[in-house]
Design a protein around this ligand. Structure first.
Ligand SMILES: Cc1cc2nc3c(=O)[nH]c(=O)nc-3n(C[C@H](O)[C@H](O)[C@H](O)COP(=O)(O)OP(=O)(O)OC[C@H]3O[C@@H](n4cnc5c(N)ncnc54)[C@H](O)[C@@H]3O)c2cc1C
Length: 406
């Protein structure tokens, strides 16, 4: 072996190894920063490829600085959706108010980004794919932390040992279940369920959202651009999570159809499209709240650890900031001290953002006639001009600079 080869070999074997489960938002962002700090990173993703397109998500406040430091801000600016109008309708489809979306979301016009989830995922993946090992179409089957590392068995049959394993596998994280136990302990149901799917844009909508409300029910059409398709969202209050429906798409369609059976406006057409939709996404609106984000050599990041729910619009931003903070906290520490520092410096930011919504109190989805009337009065009196400053919670963390271990 040449001296250079020997050197490379020593460097490679001494690099700390990390397995990340999930290549959504938090996973590739974490992989990027860990690779930057000298870790040997593997990402395992259960899907066969990255998911394209998808619903629009926001990147705001502190998270904007993360994507700027990653060098992907220009791509994301190109993909920015530029939603221009949010129109609220009453039960008969009459207009209640039409506002600039930022006035409600606490976003900052000209600064915050709104991109399709697939565009964000793509940009993150492109920034890291040449430096990190990606295993698509596979997932963790079992974890064993008994030795000086984590022994991982993969569904595909492989077995490997890593210094650390990080769950970035979303709201219903399998890694969390394996290392911390069942989801019920950490799941905070916010009192709503939703169905999301796409349908043909026969409504003439462009760069705008239209939202129809009756107490406890909302139907939204979201036109990302002048595209052929619009994103549909049917959201409804439900006292308990409908557990039977979660694994059964037919039961989901039946439940949504029953809840919206007598609804007006464009809802009957949306229900017809729901029957045929091949991209139906149904879930409870909920948060994940955990007393600790790590257990031994396993830690969680993004929705797996602290999903804030789409009502906050902060899920992707928390995932990006959490990934940056976790990688940086490990840069010059072992896993025990690194995980503790990650939690210590990130939890307040996470909690402030999760606290932006409570049970059943979402502005977009009032559950009683009185709350709906109050919400509509508020909308009619809303200033036409969006704020030039975002919500304090969105920027409540100033990113540190991290120095890799020598
Ligand atoms: C309808 C909807 C609208 C939303 N709107 C917004 C918004 O406006 N703004 C916003 O910021 N956020 C929004 N969100 C939330 C946002 O999508 C998430 O908070 C964000 O994507 C979290 O990133 P993540 O990487 O933690 O998880 P995810 O993006 O969920 O990624 C998890 C990844 O892990 C993979 N995975 C799952 N299980 C396994 C396994 N067992 N093994 C291997 N891989 C696995 C998944 O395939 C996926 O690729 C919305 C969510 C929904 C559903």
């Amino acid at each position: 072996m040449t001296p250079t080869g020997l050197l490379r070999n020593i460097r490679t074997t001494s690099r700390r190894t990390v397995l990340i489960s999930g290549a959504g938002v938090a996973g590739p962002a974490l992989a990027f920063w860990l690779n930057r700090y000298g870790f040997a990173v593997t990402v395992v993703e259960k899907a066969g490829t990255l998911r394209e397109g998808g619903y629009p998500i926001d990147v705001r406040g502190t998270a904007l600085e993360v994507v700027r430091r990653m060098g992907i801000l220009p791509q994301l600016l190109d993909a920015h959706i530029d939603l221009r109008r949010l129109t609220f309708l009453d039960a008969d489809g009459g207009e209640v108010a039409s506002v600039n979306p930022h006035t409600l979301t606490g976003g900052v016009a000209g600064q915050d980004l709104e991109v399709r989830r697939g565009n964000l995922s793509d940009a993150l993946y492109a920034a890291v794919r040449d430096d990190v090992e990606f295993l698509f179409h596979d997932s963790i089957d079992a974890l064993d932390q008994s030795g000086h590392g984590v022994d991982v068995s993969f569904r595909g049959g492989g077995r490997r040992t890593f210094d650390m394993v990080i769950g970035a596998d979303g709201l219903h994280s399998r890694t969390r279940e394996l290392a911390f136990g069942p989801e019920e302990q950490f799941h905070r149901y916010l009192g709503y369920c939703f169905a999301g799917f796409t349908l043909r844009n026969t409504f003439g909508l462009s760069h705008e959202t239209v939202l129809w409300n009756t107490p406890g029910r909302a139907a939204a059409l979201y036109a990302v651009g002048d595209h052929d398709d619009v994103h549909a969202l049917l959201n409804f209050a439900h006292p308990e999570p409908p557990l039977d429906a979660f694994r059964n798409p037919e039961a989901q369609r039946d439940l949504v159809s029953a809840v919206f059976a007598d609804a007006g406006w464009e809802v009957p057409g949306m229900l017809a499209a729901l029957r045929d939709a091949d991209d139906l996404f149904f879930d409870a609106v909920s948060q994940i709240r955990m007393p600790r984000w790590s257990s031994g050599r396993v830690a969680l990041v993004g929705d797996a650890a602290y999903a804030p729910s789409f009502l906050t619009g902060q899920g992707s931003s928390l995932a990006l900031v959490g990934a940056y903070m976790l990688a940086g906290s490990l840069a010059d520490r072992d896993h025990t001290a690194g995980f503790a520092a990650y939690e210590h410096h990130t939890r307040e930011f996470v909690t402030a953002n999760q606290d932006q919504v409570g049970e059943g109190d979402a502005t977009l989805f009032p559950t009683t006639a009185r709350a709906l009337e109050q919400r509509n009065d508020m909308l009619r009196n809303l200033s036409a001009m969006p704020s030039t400053e975002g919500r304090p919670a969105h920027s409540a963390l100033t990113l540190p600079e991290f120095v890799p271990m020598r």
